[in-house]
Design a protein around this ligand. Sequence first.
Ligand code: CDP
Length: 254
Amino acid sequence: MPLIIKDEYPEKLFRDDGKRLDGRDKDELRPIKMEVGVLENADGSAYLEWGNNKIYAAVYGPREVHPHHLAKPDRGILRVFYRMATFSVFERKRPAPGRREKEISMVISDCLKPVLFLELYPGTAFEVYINVLDADGGTRCACITVAALALADAGVPMRSLVTAVAVGKIDGELITDLSGIEDKAGEADLPCAITWFNEELSLLQFDGETDLEEFSKCLGLAKNAFSKIYEIQLDALKKKYIEIQEEYSRGEKK
Ligand code: CDP
């Protein structure tokens, strides 16, 4: 799959055979792989490959809040640090977190908070560090998805997982899971996320133009995609516990 090369946008985003440039159908997701428990030193962690995106998430907490003045006496806080590596995009990214990274960190935090029982952890913080090593469109959605998994891996009590995907419009057609080039050269991009315990959207952003009918069809595409991604999240969590169970039954763990 091609990564974005800046200023080299193709004239058409569909091939003559009707497929997208990376060979996908309109409603097809990129290949997704997830794994939990990948970092030794974090309380919980997860790794995700979603198309060309490669992302690690590490969770710590509940732990003391630094700086102390950020602590809330009546509840815990969730701090999210979304960062893109300097080498994660075609043009070297400046290492200092810019406005985009601060905004995306906030968006991810707002999106995950509804599933946490922060009221049970006064004065403490849950911290989620997310590092994007390779970026190719839809990183905020990929980060939400992998961060939810890392929180679950850390054993943080949660109402449910959270799953995110971007849908949108390119060359007049509605599509699921925009790649970097589709995000840049297309007409609309709608990142959204679902909290499964109440099946409500905890993220809905919109960049571009669609009419209302297209907008609602986009949400339909997202709904289908959410279920497929959720299955992969659940499989990643189950795999870890099946492996632990097998180690116990072989006597390798006591
Ligand atoms: O990644 P996401 O779609 O959530 O956010 P975006 O701000 O719409 O960025 C779209 C894509 O642009 C990213 O996924 C990267 O592939 C690319 N990008 C880049 O090439 N250089 C940057 N400094 C930021 C983003």
